[in-house]
Design a binder for this molecule. Sequence first.
Ligand code: ACO
Length: 382
Amino acid sequence: MSAVMQEMQTDIGLVSTVVARSSLSFIDGEKGVLEYVGYDIDDLARNSTFEETTFLLWHQRLPSHSELADFTARVQSNYDLSDAMWDMIVSLPRDANPMHALRTLTSALALEDPNADDPSEEANERKSLAMLAKMPALIAGFDRHRKGLDLVRPDTSSSIAESFLYMLTGEKPTQRMARAMDICLILHADHGFNASTFASLVTISTLSDMYSAVTTAIGTLKGPLHGGANQGVMIMLQEIDGIENAESFIMDKLTRKDKVMGFGHRVYKSVDPRATYLKTFAEGIAQDTGNIDLFNISKRIEEIMDREVGAKGIYPNVDFYSATTYFSLGLDLDLFTPLFAMSRVSGWTAHCLEYLEDNRLIRPRCDYVGPHAKEYVDISQR
Ligand code: ACO
């Protein structure tokens, strides 16, 4: 090992490495606190909207009345897709994983943007706004296409949450459903340097472009240890099939040292504050939609996990109760992670915009543990 490398600490999984400064989200994993630009997540979930929260993340302050109206109007005027994009949606294989579809379609947005590589701040914000506004149509459009349904164009007079549910179902959602969706979008909008945000920063730090950064992030979010966990939670709840089976199911998993989806977090060693808020919300919406049994199984799992592994700091994370919420809203299981992306795009782009203000290429080292000084053997001798 070289002298330079000897001075460096190997930190597998970047557990204790701080790679940059950020003013966007503050997380206190011990106390269970999450703030966006200083505002408590609970306060934002109760009082804000996803559009306002995105403005907050992008501009690091709350908008005035007219600024919010202007921002919302700009987002709404970007909801619709070009004919070429709608055609691309219906050209995709119906049995494709919606995350593969979303990643491909988001990447394709760059193809029709003549200024996709313009690195100016103004252009980067315009591209961020385009992705934020169009992702709901990409997700809902693909879902209708795979079900053989006619595509529904966005409702440019309503919020992102409302227009998304409208495109998905073809019907105007109730105010309660639209608000539930809006709150989920707020709660998932940002979360420090999680894996997908970090991946987007690695890409933007090469001075690539915003579309590439977000495409990278979508691919990273897809994994079951990150954004894919909410789908895993729902699969688990369905497998358990009755509250009486919860104890044996979970004990079996823990004995086999399998991870229970929706529990544990790299940062939170107390309760994830997003889960606390969602728990109450999930109960209400599950009650309204006849899914209270599902909610009760979740509560039972939480009790068992608390008894068995609570002392190790393993508690429900945001994915645990968002699964019940999304299911109660009528979403297919494999749309849970695309929905996460639809929200997190605001955080990914906010972090990229912030990082570009003082960009430095992200390029870590690895600790080489392989052999040295081996002699090349000709292929005829091997
Ligand atoms: N179920 C059971 N045991 C768990 C769980 C879990 N969900 N999570 C952690 N543990 C245990 C591990 O087995 C390990 O135990 P040990 O010390 O006896 O070996 C210990 O807790 C530490 O676990 P690690 O996996 O090393 O912790 P890490 O910080 O690397 O992982 C992670 C965090 C990936 C989130 C992990 O908790 C996990 O896999 N959870 C399930 C998947 C999930 O819900 N992901 C969503 C995260 S939130 C998000 O991305 C939005």
